[in-house]
Ligand binder design. Sequence first.
Ligand code: GLN
Length: 454
Amino acid sequence: LSVQDLVNESLYRIQEVDPKVKAFLSVDEEGARQAALSLDEQLAKGGERGLLYGLPAGIKDNMNTEGWKTTCASKFLSNHTSIYDATVVRKLREAQSVTIGKLNMDEFAMGGSNENSGFHPSYNPWNLDYVPGGSSGGSAAAVAAGEVYFALGSDTGGSIRQPAAYCGVVGLKPTYGLVSRFGLVAFASSLDQIGPITKNVEDTAYVLQAIAGHDPLDSTSLKSTIPDYISSLTGDVKNLRIAVPKEYMGEGVSPQVKESVLSALKVLEGLGATWEEVSLPHTEYAVATYYLLASSEASSNLARFDGVRYGVRTDNADNLIELYRKSRSEGFGAEVKRRIMLGTYALSSGYYDAYYLKAQKVRTLIKQDFEKVFEQYDVIIGPTAPTPAFRIGEQVDDPLTMYLNDILTIPVSLAGIPAISIPCGAVDGLPVGLQIIGKALDEATVLRTAHAFE
Ligand code: GLN
């Protein structure tokens, strides 16, 4: 099979199913064909194959791709062309994968259903009446529907893991700082992390291998040495010590989801692992802490969209203040405005100590909960989300219910540690995700545990 064949197959599949799934915001057919041709020619001349040689990929539309639109699914950036490549985009090219297109998302990655996209929602390939999750819903849907071999997503509070769970694919949020954020449009900089969405765990190991590593262009990028993730997939989980937090299997988690998780634990037990119940006592404060911190950081990060430097500018402003105000009111959607207002309020003098500073302290307590458990256990396992995907429209007018879906993914983000979601069953034809959480920089153990199911 030539790379041109693979790319043609991917483009054909997109033509066939994307009118229904609507995972893509843009497809670069010409660019993809060109890249495929040149990879085939290089190989014919005796060139080496890169780690991701010839694999068609999709990129969430909040990562910069030079000469190509990057919209963050926002009307504000509907005309914005990237002037440089994100580090991950460069690394994928160096590993010789072929970028096919940019994927839909909740506007500026704020949301959990893709319904906050400024352009159109995406649909769950398993049942088109249901959401694919979010905010990397386009990425998860495109992989689940077989439109690309893998995709990149970003996860601030669950945006890789939750859509992966809803779409029955694999999604990894790496340790904060393992993958460069250079060229990722910032939502909440202390939480944002890029990661792979793939069909299986082995593919995740390959993509992670290609994108992980220090980047001098990202000041929060870690300098740690990158292990060989691929050779960590030994299938051996003998004597692995698993912790199952009671807070992750409690009220609000659907009984069928719990059952799926328990049967996955049985499989691991059968392979020689052991599990015990533990407590992460500050879990109940995680959602409030996250929405306060993430919104605060977002209000600051999104200040750059002022109608002058990037994107769309209002046509009817008589002075500068009006230009800012009107450009922002016309360009941003309702959820983005809600978060900017919440964040600005929490950061304002007089409220800073009561809200932002308090939330930072609770964040530390949440992180310490994990550290304590990891003194005695190798991984933590629970569901990725309390329920399978919900119906389109079901929660769109109820932001608080929507926020509560994130209860099981957010603590990991606040602690900066790695976690993967893998499929572990289905309820009424909709996939259920199993979440495997590891120590900081211990992606190898997370991947090894996940791989035991393959
Ligand atoms: N659903 C969460 C939110 O709306 C997570 C988003 C994300 O991880 N980007 O903020």
